[in-house]
Design a binder for this molecule. Structure first.
Ligand SMILES: NC(=O)c1ccc[n+]([C@@H]2O[C@H](COP(=O)([O-])OP(=O)(O)OC[C@H]3O[C@@H](n4cnc5c(N)ncnc54)[C@H](OP(=O)(O)O)[C@@H]3O)[C@@H](O)[C@H]2O)c1
Length: 336
């Protein structure tokens, strides 16, 4: 079996998780680590068991023994790094949200296709067995009329933001914010199950940091309406839901569904527990390996990411954010 040798970009916890996921999948290994800092690269390579490291991206990408790149840098940096990796002839797995716009994604997908390379967004939800289980249960719900997906989790880094620190995932210059970080899961799940929405309305909670801390989008589909909620500043205890005319499906977590409860209008209640995969990110790694091995085109995956990114753009366009407290305060001071 051919071994796919991948280099990682980014040295945060998500790359540690990725390395653990890679260990559960046959035919792929981490060959090197890239960091902007040579010492951090070396220490991180040791931490995740990679045999090589470097702080020069072009030098790492020029290594002919490297087949692929995993991009786990801040969102705003993805596009440029993906472009460089593709130009160097490497397959690319890029963290969610892949890039900032659907047009940018289509351009990169075109470059990958012309070069015969795989480009895939590391959207774990799409390759999670729980998502497939939800799909399998849809016909048993009858005509779908309401969908409510959400991912609302207070970030461990929010306290730092409140203390006035600059944190990438809350930094607009880094492509941060709740829609980009967590809203993407609900939208991707919605697009996977039901395709592109016909209409988009939205409201958000702007933070002084310049990003949205939370938000809701209302998405119109033929015959039903969906809402997507996301928050990085509060927690939620409610499940996601798909309501059909015959039954309602309760989903414990939309990003990785494990407990699915079907409540029929006849009063019958049934529960399905989905076995967890060997690692939450194993599915995306498996899909990446399969696409490289078989030479199959990732057109379905590429299109789902494109529609998700387009929908996120539509949400941003639909937002007319009220002025932030800082701006209000400034105008009051100016007026005073
Ligand atoms: N799939 C999931 O479940 C999941 C979970 C969390 C995050 N993510 C995604 O993973 C990506 C990284 O998120 P994160 O929160 O881990 O980001 P982060 O900690 O802010 O940055 C990740 C890495 O990127 C490098 N980096 C930091 N700032 C940079 C800059 N200004 N320019 C270039 N490189 C920079 C750093 O590595 P060096 O300094 O060593 O170069 C850092 O370790 C995002 O796309 C996020 O959406 C996915």
């Amino acid at each position: 079996m051919i071994m796919i040798r991948i280099v990682t970009i980014g040295t945060s916890v998500i790359t540690v998780a990725f390395a653990a996921a890679v260990r559960t999948v046959e035919g792929i290994e981490i060959a090197a680590v890239y960091s902007r800092d040579a010492e951090r690269a070396r220490a991180f390579a040791e931490q995740i068991g990679a045999p090589a490291s470097g702080d020069g991206l072009d030098a790492v990408l020029a290594d002919p023994s490297i087949d692929a790149v995993y991009v786990a840098s801040p969102n705003a940096v993805h596009a440029e790094q993906v472009r460089r990796a593709l130009a160097a002839g490497k397959h690319v797995l890029v963290e969610k949200p892949a890039v900032g716009t659907a047009a940018e994604w289509s351009a990169l997908a075109g470059e990958a296709a012309r070069a015969g390379l795989v480009l895939l967004e590391a959207m774990r939800t799409a390759y999670d067995p729980g998502t497939a289980a939800v799909r399998g249960l849809l016909p048993s719900l009858g005509v779908i009329r309401r969908v409510s997906f959400h991912y609302e989790k207070r970030s461990s880094r929010y306290s730092a933001v409140l203390a006035g620190e600059r944190v990438n995932i809350f930094d607009p210059a880094m492509g941060g914010g709740a829609l980009a970080d967590l809203g993407v899961y609900g939208i991707h799940a919605l697009v996977l199950q039901f395709g592109a929405p016909q209409s988009v309305q939205a409201a958000s909670v702007p933070l002084d940091a310049g990003v949205d801390g939370a938000g809701i989008a209302l998405l119109g589909y033929p015959g039903f309406v969906a809402d997507i909620a996301y928050s990085k500043i509060t927690d939620s205890g409610r499940p996601s839901e798909i309501q059909g005319e015959d039954a309602t499906l309760l989903i414990d977590e939309i990003a990785s569904p494990r407990r699915l409860v079907r409540r029929g209008i006849d009063g019958a209640v049934s529960e399905r527990i989905v076995d967890a995969p060997p690692h939450p990110m194993a599915g995306e790694v498996q899909r990446f390996v399969e696409l490289i091995r078989t030479g199959a085109t990732a057109s379905e995956d590429i299109e789902r990411t494109r529609i998700t990114l387009q929908t996120m753009e539509d949400v941003r366009t639909a937002l007319t954010p009220p002025p932030s407290r800082a701006r209000l305060q400034r105008s009051a001071e100016t007026a005073g």
